[in-house]
Ligand binder design. Structure first.
Ligand SMILES: Nc1nc2c(ncn2[C@@H]2O[C@H](COP(=O)(O)OP(=O)(O)OP(=O)(O)O)[C@@H](O)[C@H]2O)c(=O)[nH]1
Ligand SMILES: Nc1ncnc2c1ncn2[C@@H]1O[C@H](COP(=O)(O)OP(=O)(O)O)[C@@H](O)[C@H]1O
Length: 252
């Protein structure tokens, strides 16, 4: 159980006496979710947050792909939906993800891609207390432009944009040198339906997080202009000790 306030991990500074008589100060753990329509910059901003604040970045898409690669029961099931371009059903997603979150009791994390439905939000809520939800609000025209210019390295999930963050060599991944591809559903004709679907699914989740007082919405057309606001918000919320999660502090 991850819910803050149980076991030895709490959502505030906690102390535990170790074997050598030291007290270990458990730094405040921080759990956040980032939400936004396709192309809003969740992946780009998550990467920056993970680097700046040393949080573990969790991506539901990566979990799904890992499970497919490892041929787990949930992975085999998930694959049948992804192949048809569908979302993975809630009970499969929660079976896949919640055990992984339970392994993260000592880490601060930022989740991208989950929850995508109200049922998932409720399941997450019964497992842990979120500290903060970032919601990105980006105009449709901007999303359309970005996605038509998005190129992906499928093996690693690395994302490029031919204007904003182009690869060093055109059409090739910076690290592996392998070819980049474009997703069919990034094409403008598929985007309208994806955005409508996002809005319908996200509304009740956003309302839920708003009612909990943890929702922070950022609007704009450029990640570089939104980022300083997110950075300063997180700087006030994440204690510097969260970079190590636990610190040994000799205490009398
Ligand atoms: N021109 C421009 N492109 C950006 C900006 N921010 C991000 N991008 C690019 O826009 C595309 C979408 O960004 P992502 O970070 O993949 O967005 P996402 O919300 O994770 O998208 P999904 O994975 O589809 O949900 C990528 O190609 C980024 O490189 C920006 O401020 N300007
Ligand atoms: N929270 C979720 N609920 C249902 N399906 C999900 C969820 N997260 C990921 N998936 C499945 O995994 C696929 C890949 O996820 P992701 O990498 O986030 O890519 P995309 O941005 O294309 O949706 C999704 O298209 C979807 O089928």
């Amino acid at each position: 159980m991850l819910r803050n306030g149980t076991a030895s991990v709490r959502n505030d500074t906690d102390t535990v006496r170790g074997v050598a008589g030291y007290k270990w100060r458990m730094a405040k753990l921080f759990r956040a979710v980032i939400m936004g329509p396709p192309g809003s910059g969740k992946g780009t901003i998550s990467e920056r947050i993970a680097q700046r604040f040393a949080l573990t970045r969790l991506s539901s898409g990566d979990f799904v792909r890992e499970n497919i690669a490892a041929n787990t029961d949930a992975g085999v099931l998930a694959k049948t939906y992804i192949e048809r371009g569908l979302l993975v059903p809630d009970h499969v997603m929660t079976r896949l993800l919640l055990p992984r979150l339970e392994e993260m009791t000592r880490h601060s994390w930022l989740m991208d891609g989950f929850p995508r439905t109200l049922a998932q939000a409720k399941a997450l809520n019964s497992t842990c207390d979120l500290d903060l939800v970032i919601s990105l609000n980006i105009p449709y025209e901007t999303l359309k432009e970005r996605l038509s210019d998005r190129w992906i390295h499928p093996a690693s999930g690395r994302v490029y944009n031919m204007g904003f963050n182009p690869p060093h060599v055109q059409g090739r991944d910076d690290i592996s040198g392998e070819p980049l591809i474009q997703h069919d559903d990034d094409k403008p004709e598929a985007l309208v339906a994806r955005l409508r679907h996002y809005k319908d699914m996200a509304k009740p989740i956003i309302d839920l997080y708003k009612s909990k007082g943890i929702l922070h919405t950022f609007s704009g057309t450029e990640t570089d202009r939104i980022w300083p606001y997110i950075n300063s918000l997180l700087s006030t919320k994440i204690p510097s000790t969260s970079q190590t999660d636990t610190q040994r502090i000799p205490m009398p």
